[in-house]
Design a protein around this ligand. Structure first.
Ligand SMILES: NC(=O)c1ccc[n+]([C@@H]2O[C@H](COP(=O)([O-])OP(=O)(O)OC[C@H]3O[C@@H](n4cnc5c(N)ncnc54)[C@H](OP(=O)(O)O)[C@@H]3O)[C@@H](O)[C@H]2O)c1
Length: 177
């Protein structure tokens, strides 16, 4: 599908999935910039962190994760809504399997993604009458910088159920670390 002359916003496009997404849309002719008329908003920016029930920095970490993964999405959608209605555009929110699964020590991340999933449903309902579609995309485990911020032993539970027992790579090399 051509995105010639369409304006696409991808948050968190400096590395990983966001970088690969922005490059892919640019290759299809999209203007991947924050101006003009908006046709597609991809809410990809996200962080993970450890926030255990007895942790010393749990509330600080919880607020940081919820602010980035959920509050910022609500804010961006709110700011972009009137422009997306003009173009009958689209919103894509990047979800995670952990929003419906349990991985010990990353409850804040799991909660932010579960919240995003349900917010997506409400937003889709509100936007439907204006012809704006709102969807989640759920990548499987991927080798990106996001995993550098959590201990290595947090990773296996999300990878273990996969038939090949491994993470996927982005289509292009986007890692900063
Ligand atoms: N990797 C996986 O296995 C996986 C699986 C399912 C879903 N996801 C989701 O995919 C999305 C992208 O993650 P990734 O794996 O590609 O990780 P990544 O390589 O670490 O990319 C995260 C992106 O988010 C940006 N970001 C983080 N905090 C931000 C903030 N406060 N304001 C603006 N930008 C911010 C980062 O920019 P800076 O580096 O400049 O801060 C970076 O561009 C996330 O929503 C993640 O939850 C990832």
């Amino acid at each position: 599908m051509s995105f010639q002359n369409k304006v696409v916003i991808v948050t968190g496009a400096s590395s990983g999935i966001g970088a690969a997404t922005a490059i892919a849309y640019a290759k299809e002719g999209a203007d991947v910039v924050l101006m003009g008329r908006i046709y597609l908003l991809v809410n990809n920016a996200g962080i993970i962190g450890i926030a255990t029930v007895m942790g010393e920095n749990t509330m600080e970490e919880f607020d940081k994760i919820m602010n980035t993964n959920l509050r910022a999405v609500v804010h961006l959608i709110n700011l972009a809504a009137k422009y997306l209605i003009q173009t009958k555009g689209n919103i894509v929110n990047i979800f995670s399997m952990t929003g419906r699964a349990v991985v010990e020590r990353v409850s804040a991340y799991m909660t932010s993604k579960a919240g995003l999933d349900h917010y997506n449903r409400g937003a889709a309902k509100e936007f439907a009458k204006f012809g704006v579609r709102v969807n989640v995309v759920t990548p499987g485990p991927m080798t990106t910088d996001i995993h550098e911020t959590i201990p290595a032993d947090v990773k296996p539970p999300t990878i273990k159920p996969l038939p090949l027992n491994r993470s996927s790579e982005s289509e292009v090399e986007t890692r900063k670390k």
